[in-house]
Design a protein around this ligand. Structure first.
Ligand code: NOJ
Length: 452
């Protein structure tokens, strides 16, 4: 038992967080390029213009992946690098970069998993209304078509959207992320609906223009819920809370069901339809058909969860974490149970083969006097989480796990102040150092998680 023989052990990154070369070789601007360069938005004025200089150093980075024994690598294609205006003219130099990366991965025996949208919305499309403009469904479809035409001869795994909860919620509700707006709720429901339709259109285009049969998925996120005890009541309470709407309307994007029920089950959750009724756009049967294009796998990013029990009145209630609860350097709670219960609850509801498309933590990593990067907290965290995932793997159809992140990178509004990588990056010299956790993860991969 344990992980299946062909379990996919990988690591993940995204384009803007590592590539750099923000204004080179014909790349267009995207909303993060514009937002990060304006003072006051990002921690200490950091931006992704250079990031990890992966655009130039990708061959060395693939070597490191190989040394780590990674079976798969999940990365994103920057929409504005291949379509500088978001649509129309193709930037061949951008295509050439991803082609070279894909070839390098193939040579190293590492399977590429491509995410189409990890938040790099082309600025030219943003000026035309971005996610608010219903035409984005076709714009995104055009991008997916290009990806299928140019890359799907060698890439057979695609994810459409990464964490729509974040790019709509943090970008347009709370304003913590690019483009830093606080829009009316009505607008954000419109955007969310368009984003889901764009997902559906991308699935259609990938299939229509694929060069080989593709495995297509979706990679949303959310805080998980796990039960305080394994009593049927607590398990039921955790499940109920996980799939219910967020009590705070200004934080409505933080839920699973609104974003995943339409994609997999073909309808929005009843609770949300009632509650959000005043702010919803016109939703047609045709829209729902488009959104629910059959996908092959379900991806979920899972970092932590809330502990839940059934309250005295038969209502789920959150259990307080209490003083001194373990936390990561970003102050996120350490809750390994999320990686057992999360996949289990999702699989029960959606019945799709599952990938953990992201999981990991930031630590206060430094280069020690011996020149190495010792990160016992990361090893401890991953051992606990993967131990729970192993339990899930024995019960559900779990295909793979992508650690976030392959290397330290630009952590959005936090800039380079957070280090999420298995590989340390010295941003002054661009030197890479495999952290202790990278060697540890290599061992996990080698024995397929046997020791967890
Ligand atoms: C989710 C996002 O997909 C990724 O871009 C981010 O860096 C990690 N979580 C960590 O916050």
């Amino acid at each position: 038992m344990g992980f299946s023989e062909n379990f996919v052990w990988g690591a993940a990154t995204s384009a803007y967080q590592i590539e750099g070369a923000a204004k080179e070789d014909g790349k267009g601007l995207h909303i993060w390029d514009v937002y990060a360069e304006e003072p006051g938005h990002i921690y200490e004025g950091h931006h992704g213009n250079m990031a990890c200089d992966h655009y130039r150093r990708f061959r060395g980075d693939v070597k490191i992946m190989k040394e780590m024994g990674l079976k798969a690598y999940r990365f994103s294609i920057d929409w504005s690098r291949v379509l500088p205006e978001g649509r129309g003219a193709v930037n061949e130099k951008g295509i050439a970069f991803y082609n070279a990366l894909i070839d390098e991965l193939s040579e190293a025996g590492i399977e590429p998993y491509v995410t189409l949208h990890h938040w790099e919305l082309p600025y030219e499309l943003y000026k035309r209304g971005g996610w608010m403009n219903p035409q984005i469904v076709e714009w995104f479809g055009e991008f997916a078509k290009l990806a299928a035409e140019r890359f799907s001869d060698r890439v057979s795994h695609f994810f459409t959207l990464n964490e729509p909860q974040c790019f709509v919620g943090l970008g347009f509700l709370t304003g913590e992320h690019a483009p830093g707006l606080k829009m009316p709720l009505r607008d954000t429901f419109e955007m969310a609906h368009n984003a889901l339709k764009a997902h559906g259109r991308a699935v259609q285009m990938l299939r229509q223009y694929q060069k080989q049969p593709l495995t297509i998925g979706y990679a949303p996120t959310c805080g998980m819920c796990y039960p305080e005890t394994e009593s049927p009541e607590d398990v039921e309470a955790a499940k109920q809370m996980l799939f219910s709407m967020n009590p705070d309307d200004r934080n409505w994007t933080w839920n699973v069901a609104w974003w995943s029920d339409p994609v997999i089950l073909g309808h929005y959750p009843e609770e949300g339809l009632k509650r959000y009724e005043p702010w919803l756009p016109n939703i047609t049967d045709e829209d729902m058909k488009l959104i629910a294009q059959p996908i092959d796998v379900y991806g979920q990013n899972i970092y932590n969860g809330r502990c839940v029990r059934m309250g005295a009145e038969g209502k789920p209630e959150e259990v307080k974490r209490g003083e001194g609860f373990p936390k990561t350097a970003s102050s996120w709670p350490v809750t390994p149970e999320a990686l057992y219960w999360g996949p289990k609850f999702l699989y029960e509801r959606y019945r799709k083969p599952l990938y953990i498309t992201e999981n990991g933590l930031s630590c206060h990593d430094v280069v020690s006097l011996d020149g190495m990067v010792h990160d016992p907290n990361r090893i401890d965290f991953l051992a606990r989480y993967l131990g729970q995932l192993k339990r899930a793997a024995e019960e559900i159809n779990l295909r793979g796990y992508f650690q976030w992140s392959l290397m330290d990178n630009f952590e959005w509004a936090k800039g380079y102040s957070e280090r999420f990588g298995l590989v340390y990056v010295d941003y002054r010299t661009q030197e890479r150092i495999m952290k202790d956790s990278a060697y540890w993860y290599r061992g996990v991969i080698q024995n397929n998680g046997a020791g967890l």
